[in-house]
Design a protein around this ligand. Structure first.
Ligand code: ZN
Length: 101
């Protein structure tokens, strides 16, 4: 049983569990600004999304994104996140099942 543990995070758009590598992180920094965090190193409250525009839009529609971050996300910022690459690297990988949470 030498299984390597991979940290999994749940996409707030589709609710699927994926490895952090497959997700983009959106972070509310301590100063209140919200940024797309591709390094995973930004301090603050984070939300994870698949690298897929559909998940981004789902999270926006369901208000999962603003709920996860604890702040309302203005349309202007959504556009900025879209253009900065939220979901621009969509993969065809269906991902694995994860029953955590
Ligand atoms: Zn997703």
């Amino acid at each position: 049983m030498a299984e390597k543990k991979v940290p999994l995070r749940t996409c707030i758009g589709c609710g699927q569990c994926r490895t952090k590598k497959e997700l983009v992180r959106i972070v509310r920094r301590p100063d209140g600004s919200v940024v797309l965090d591709r390094t995973g190193r930004e301090a603050g409250r984070g939300a994870y999304l698949c690298d897929d525009p559909a998940c981004f839009e789902k999270a926006v529609r369901k208000k999962s994104l603003s709920r996860a971050l604890g702040v309302p996300i203005p349309e202007e910022l959504l556009n900025e996140l879209r253009s900065s690459g939220a979901g621009n690297e969509a993969k065809a990988d269906p991902g694995g099942g994860c029953h955590a949470g």
